[in-house]
Design a binder for this molecule. Sequence first.
Ligand code: 5GP
Ligand code: ZN
Length: 117
Amino acid sequence: MDNNCLFCRIVAGEIPATVVHETATTLAFRDIDPKAAVHVLVIPKEHHPDVVALATNDPAGSADLLAAAAAVAEAEGLRTDGFRLLFNTGAYAGQEVFHVHAHLLGGEPLGPMLAIR
Ligand code: 5GP
Ligand code: ZN
């Protein structure tokens, strides 16, 4: 655990979150500032700064994360109408929290993939 990491502290129970799904290796909780009707963050419990680090250093954890995201999409009823699953990575994507997290977005039409095009 990284004591300076917000999401490690959520995993440790030091900061409250609305948890919607948990496995031995993953945690999913609602984003504090939702950008869609459903906005859930899905994270590995282990600290990896971004998706490249996770994929490189923990392939099994990467698979667990994808499986957890799929389970949350099903549980939130997003499968019928669809959803978006994304990883902001680095400066160009505006990544703010450097503990890898998948954004699961849905529950309403999400518009174009990028607002700037
Ligand atoms: P990023 O920009 O790094 O891809 O996304 C970070 C996300 O974390 C943002 O969508 C932001 O709203 C969310 N976030 C930041 N602080 C907290 C918090 O304390 N609790 C929860 N649940 N989400 C947070
Ligand atoms: Zn962390």
